[in-house]
Design a binder for this molecule. Structure first.
Ligand code: GLU
Length: 468
């Protein structure tokens, strides 16, 4: 059986967002599940919009997620170079082949002429396609125009009677008729390769067996199959992933709250949260728990990819972040916490600080909030609910608590049992006023854990202020 080779082929024209990261993830999972190879190819033929800092940033993002590639622009490999801007010689050879075999021809039509042609076709209710003005120029006519006209583009000749069929890995059988495609441009008049040409050639030359990409590329695929067949090159299996939509049903955009991977990382999302969220965005998993890349790969099956648009909502991402936080090593969470936390928490208390606040974390800023409550703030900020609980308990409650504190300073359970006996309060009526006085709020980490971290005199002060 052939070894599976997949690739991620981003254009370095901007930051990676959830949509293109999911494409990279699925390609990486497919290769990993099959014991194959995942490659990185940079599609930088758009010289105006492509930037090397975007290329560097996207590689950093992929590495942060753990999506490592076996071949790529930085690593090299048997099919180097892996940047399209360095592969012009490959494309040139295939253009020559197609032109000399008469399968491609120069087209001298200007943008203006083509636009007029398309407008007329639309007005007549026909789909716009190239009418073939330059399809049958004689050699002499071509030579003459080469001297009198601006540079020509190169078009692939598409037999109108042909039918293009493939079985999409996600969408099943697909069929396009050559008549609907029309002859299309494979080399632009400025000499640069059309996207669909360079992309198809590179997949074939790099031995890519499976292409997973966005559904927005579906209409390129029949043309790419035609190119590869005309050249006798292997055609990969194509799978077109559903688009991601926001909770409002509209395509993901900044406005709908879709952040770049870089921004998600800067806010404090963990890579495994992003991976588990994306892996399930349009792919059904039998396993409901948090999975690492091997687990995600072994459960990955293109047959489980959905055709309907996949709905991203931030609540689900937050759910996976919580899961990731529950499972992360404490030292990793410690490193993830902000620098002020590092300076406030005494060295011997690091591990128990993380253990205490972990269930109450979503992003690093909550770590700061709890570190401040425990180590910094002498005057707490009280929520209204906390104030109400303090008022309801009354000064006598805190008076009793203060006396008992002197007997049980170390052990929260012994302390609270005694307060319970002395005040005849239990449940919320017992714990809410204690929590309110110690932390200023009614929600937070377990009191027993906080008790171990809070300095004794701070506990005393915080109870004492409510005895008057
Ligand atoms: N450079 C293309 C893009 O970023 C790649 C499409 C593909 O994966 O084939 O959309």
């Amino acid at each position: 059986m052939n070894i599976v080779r997949t690739r991620f082929a981003p254009s370095p024209t901007g930051a990676l967002h959830l949509g293109n990261v999911r494409t990279a993830l699925y390609a990486a999972l497919l290769a990993r599940a099959a014991g194959g190879f995942f490659l990185l190819r940079i599609e930088d033929t758009d010289t105006v919009r492509s930037r090397s800092d975007h290329e560097t940033a996207l590689m950093t993002d992929l590495r942060w997620l753990g999506l490592h590639w076996a071949e790529g622009p930085d690593l090299g490999g048997p099919h180097a170079p892996y940047r399209q801007s360095e592969r012009a010689h490959h494309y040139a050879a295939f253009y020559d082949q197609l032109a000399s075999e008469g399968r491609a021809y120069p087209c001298f039509c200007t943008e203006g002429e083509l636009a007029r042609e398309r407008a007329l076709q639309r007005a007549a209710g026909k789909p716009p396609r190239y009418s073939g003005v330059c399809a049958h120029l004689s050699r002499a006519e071509v030579e003459a125009r080469n001297t009198t006209h601006p540079a020509a583009s190169l078009r692939l000749r598409v037999p109108p009677e042909s039918t293009l069929q493939w079985t999409d890995l996600v969408r099943g059988p697909q069929s396009f008729s050559g008549d609907d495609l029309g002859d299309f441009v494979i080399r632009r008049s400025d000499g640069t390769p059309a996207f669909l040409f360079a992309n198809a050639i590179d997949d074939a030359l790099m031995g890519v067996t499976h292409v997973l990409r966005g559904a927005d590329h579906l209409s390129n695929t029949p043309r790419q199959c035609l190119i590869l067949r005309a050249l006798g090159l292997p055609v990969p299996h194509y799978g077109h992933l559903s688009l991601i939509i926001g909770a409002d049903g509209a395509p993901l955009s900044k406005r709908a709250g879709a952040l770049s991977l870089r921004e998600l990382r800067a806010i404090g999302y963990l890579p495994e949260a992003v991976l588990n969220h994306l892996a399930r965005l349009g792919h059904a998993y039998g396993e409901a728990g948090l999975l690492d890349l091997d687990g995600l790969a072994s459960g990955f099956d293109p047959n489980h990819l959905g055709v309907a648009p996949a709905r991203h909502d931030e609540a689900t991402l937050r759910y996976w972040q919580k899961e990731a936080l529950v499972h992360a090593e404490w030292t990793r969470l410690w490193d993830w916490l902000p620098t002020e936390v590092h300076s406030w928490v005494p060295d011997p208390e690091r591990e128990s600080f993380v253990a205490t606040v972990r269930p109450n974390l979503l992003l690093p800023e909550e770590g700061t909030q709890w570190a401040r409550v425990i180590y910094k703030e002498d005057a707490l900020v009280f929520t209204k609910e906390a104030r109400d609980a303090i008022t309801a308990a009354g000064a006598a409650f805190y008076g009793a608590a203060l006396e008992i504190l002197a007997k049980h300073p170390e052990d929260f359970r012994a302390f609270s049992n005694e307060v319970k006996k002395a005040t005849v309060m239990r449940g919320g009526a017992l714990f809410h006023p204690l929590r309110a006085a110690l932390t200023g709020t009614l929600a937070g980490p377990e009191l027993a854990g906080l008790w171990r971290l809070l300095p004794q005199d701070r506990i005393r002060q915080r109870l004492q202020v409510h005895t008057e």
